[in-house]
Design a protein around this ligand. Structure first.
Ligand SMILES: Cc1cc2nc3c(=O)[nH]c(=O)nc-3n(C[C@H](O)[C@H](O)[C@H](O)COP(=O)(O)O)c2cc1C
Length: 219
């Protein structure tokens, strides 16, 4: 089948639910902490998130739409545009429940990290904390917001871009000089209410023909 989303929307027959989120999968989950001007911590997951470049490392996430029931932008976007810093903490399978707890809309001024039963660990170069229970965190400074075309309900669609200025990796996930993804056990977002986890069973190596010079063994 083919459809033009501008003409028929995202739920043409036979689809029962908005279909777009199931079409680009798996997506990493950017678990983004920010603070407001009073230093109150905000934490929320964003699966429109990714790394953009490795050197210098830059990331992006998309706090889209309005706060539920209001005309206002999401707290994460308001905070990052005012205080110019954010932190990505990796969401792992073990952290799936607290992660979804932080997707619930709370009034501005509620510390969502503490409310989800998580511990805040201090960062080195930025003021927002990272999620202590997460094995990987990226400290980021805000670069810019790119405005995408408005949604059909008129709400704002935004891409926040930041530069990574500090990297935390827990020693427990480092094996023989590599980050051991099997120990990290990352969580990925699929469509609908579906998620996937990276486990030891579904990780494998694949080299391009001729090998990849970045990973050749030095004997
Ligand atoms: C796994 C997951 C991924 C999400 N991804 C996004 C996203 O990419 N963009 C977005 O605007 N909201 C996304 N949400 C919803 C936000 O997390 C939710 O609106 C949150 O309340 C925003 O918090 P804030 O108002 O404190 O910024 C996602 C929710 C979940 C559970």
């Amino acid at each position: 089948m083919f459809f033009d989303p501008a003409e028929v929307g995202m739920k043409p027959p036979p689809f029962k639910h908005t279909v777009y989120n199931a079409l680009v999968v798996p997506r990493p989950i950017g678990w983004i902490s920010t603070i407001d001007e009073d230093g109150i911590i905000n934490l929320a997951p964003f699966s429109f998130f990714n790394s953009l470049s490795a050197d210098p490392p830059c990331v992006m996430f998309c706090p889209n739409g309005r706060k539920p029931g209001t005309e206002e932008i999401k707290d994460t976007l308001a905070n990052v545009e005012k205080t110019k810093e954010f932190v990505y903490s990796m969401c792992t399978y073990a952290l799936r429940e607290p992660m979804v707890a932080t997707a619930v809309h709370e009034p501005a001024g509620v510390d969502e990290l503490a409310k989800a039963g998580l511990e805040a660990a201090p960062c080195e170069k930025v003021k927002p904390p990272r999620v202590k229970e997460s094995p990987i965190a990226l400290e980021c400074t805000y670069m810019q917001t790119v405005h995408l075309p408005e949604a059909r309900d008129g709400s704002r669609q935004n891409v926040v871009i930041g530069q990574v200025v500090g990297i935390h990796i827990d020693e427990s996930v480092i094996t023989d000089g590599i980050v051991d993804v099997k120990k990290v056990n990352p969580l990925a977002r699929l469509g609908y209410l579906q998620y996937a986890q990276i486990t030891a069973d579904n990780v494998f190596d694949l080299s391009p023909p001729g090998g990849d010079h970045r990973y050749e063994k030095k004997s």
